[in-house]
Design a protein around this ligand. Sequence first.
Ligand code: UDP
Ligand code: MN
Length: 289
Amino acid sequence: HQNRLIHPCHTPKLATKFCPNLSTTLRDPTLAFPNNLTLHTVRERNPAVWAGGSQPWACTPMQRVAVLIPHRDREQHLTHLLAHLHPMLQRQQLHYTIYVIHQTGDFMFNRAKLLNVGFLEAMKDVAWDCVILHDVDLIPEDDRNLYLCGQQPRHLVVGRNFTGYKLRYKGYFGGVTAMSAQQFRDVNGVFQTSSGGGGEKMMSYGRGNFYVGMKVDRPPAEVARYTMIFHDRDEHGNRINNERVALLYRPREVMYSDGMNSCRYKLLSRTVNPLYINVTVNIGTDKEL
Ligand code: UDP
Ligand code: MN
């Protein structure tokens, strides 16, 4: 069961040495977003990717990493993200699998809840050491931005093209973050209930630090750079429930009652595609589930 996601040709026993801290195969990626890019083409360009991921032949990585992408109705973004992530993660010599957590139906999009679902579902495959919570529209620009976890939760987006590569604000913890499985469990996953817009202010940086005792690490600014694929604001009130910041910065009262332990969902399908594992769920409305 544990090895279900490992390519049958891989014989991990051969690689007795751990991978180096910095892979020697990193390079400057080329960023391109052709309109006609298809999953089929991405697949052809990444023959070593299997069941949504890959692992290096030559060495054993210190961590096993699950990339969790919350998704609805952003197919073209997803294609571009996969086109860039797979080559980079292979160059980083990671053992990784990409999960796309797809919300069905017309209810308000709930990024937070999908991430909790993704964590719970991914852990059924492999005891991942590290999870990367990844927006579908952010493309990493620098191979040295390693998709690995550390002693503290890591926020991998210091800057993006749209904001002049500057941090949005000090407590910002959205976009792309890396948490060890232990850290994710320690904070009971992601705060998933809509806070009606006021939530982000309530979850101030200081309180989060105080209660959870975790600080956020960031890679150097010249490394933690992303290109955001342009999109219009979504209609039908998606944004209200789209909790970004509240992962760590929430008061203790809600931390243990609202999160992974209150995450109810109906799993509709789970398919293993070459480029990602698709988990389709009905997460209902907050009232129902
Ligand atoms: N998302 C999605 N479909 C939606 C709304 C959001 O797939 O209708 C996911 C997607 O991964 C996206 C993330 O949630 O990158 C954050 O939403 P959005 O990009 O709208 O927020 P922004 O960061 O641009 O404020
Ligand atoms: Mn976005």
